[in-house]
Write a protein that binds this ligand. Structure first.
Ligand SMILES: [Ca+2]
Length: 339
């Protein structure tokens, strides 16, 4: 009995200790966050944003612990390629995209023609980024970006994004009242980060504001972005291949940050089992990717494998994830068969 009582008491002390530790660490991070905000504001003013806008926009910035949680558990980190692509390119998604296309055909066709970007690609990107505008995100972007800037993992990147966002507000390009989006600070139908807005967003319908949650401006901005980074209309993105097991490891890319060993397809002939069946110009330059190597423990190194082309790397430019780019091009092909 005595032992039981002692054990109970020990457990309650233990719980109390954990609770007080959690409270004090939350307090510590809030305290440190506020110091960070103070220093950030000085930095933002120094980089040319008006003090009025810095004070105003940053006044409601808070530390959002769930943003850190999302950052550490992105599906790109743990879903294998088959699951990831299948989830994002199903028939339901195609149907939804076709309905949007039917409704906005005139605008989308005009944008395709003007920017030389396939409507199927634009639909695929919008479908994967926000399920056709149905999931735009409700997070306060300023707090999201501030939290990720305060966090150590990619502090420099997000600090720059936040300063750009303040500049966009300062220059009246963006209305601070509508700054709600994803946990990572992305905004609108195509989830543009502040730097993308600054470099590529356009006021297509010329009503003096850039509306990235509306079809005209968001589709034109996405098409302008893809055109400027060098997407080539009607050229391939990727093709699935079967590799022989003795393919040298140096030709297998598994990191989206650095695609290496690009060669003409015919160079890889002896490593590709289905080479003869590939319906593609064998003089095209390509690289091999095997995206599951890094995330699936004990994954068969050679499956799945793909030849990827210059267009594929443009989608990596949009979002540095091998699986994301495969999903976008797969959904694009699914649309192609329906439109
Ligand atoms: Ca506009």
């Amino acid at each position: 009995m005595l032992l039981k009582k002692m054990l109970k008491k020990l457990i309650s002390i233990y719980i109390l200790l954990i609770l007080s530790f959690l409270q004090s660490s939350a307090f510590a991070s809030n305290y440190e966050f506020n110091i960070w905000v103070k220093n950030f504001k000085i930095k933002a003013v120094k980089s040319g944003v008006s003090k009025l806008v810095v004070d105003d926009v940053m006044s409601n910035a808070i530390f959002l612990p769930k943003v850190i949680k999302y950052d550490r558990f992105q599906p790109e980190f743990y879903e294998d390629t088959h699951t990831y692509v299948k989830k994002r390119t199903n028939k339901k998604k195609v149907k939804k995209g076709l309905a949007l296309y039917k409704k906005e055909k005139l605008t989308i066709d005009r944008i395709e023609k003007e920017f030389l970007i396939e409507k199927e690609l634009l639909l695929a990107l919008m479908g994967i980024e926000t399920n056709f505008g149905n999931y735009l995100g409700k997070m306060d972007i300023v707090s999201s970006l501030a939290t990720l800037s305060f966090d150590k993992r990619r502090s420099e990147f997000f600090t720059k994004e936040l300063i750009i966002l303040l500049k966009l507000v300062d220059q009246n390009i963006i209305d601070k009242k509508i700054l709600f989006g994803s946990w990572a600070g992305a905004f609108g139908n195509f989830q543009f980060m502040p730097r993308t807005i600054q470099n590529y967003a356009i006021d297509f319908n010329k009503n003096t504001t850039i509306e990235l949650k509306k079809t005209e401006d968001s589709f034109a901005s996405a098409a302008n972005y893809l055109n400027k980074i060098g997407w080539k209309k009607n050229t391939p993105c990727f093709i699935k291949i079967d590799l022989i097991k003795s393919t040298p490891g140096k030709y297998l890319n598994s990191s989206a940050g650095n695609i290496k060993n690009r060669k003409k397809i015919k160079f890889f002939k002896k490593y590709i089992k289905n080479y003869a069946n590939l319906k593609i110009d064998k003089n095209l330059e390509a690289a091999i990717i095997t995206p599951d190597i890094d995330i699936i423990p004990g994954a068969n190194t050679y499956t799945p494998a793909y030849l990827v082309f210059s267009n594929y790397e443009k989608i990596l430019n949009w979002n540095r994830s091998l699986r994301f780019a495969l999903a976008v091009c797969t959904l694009k092909n699914n649309f192609k068969n329906e439109i």
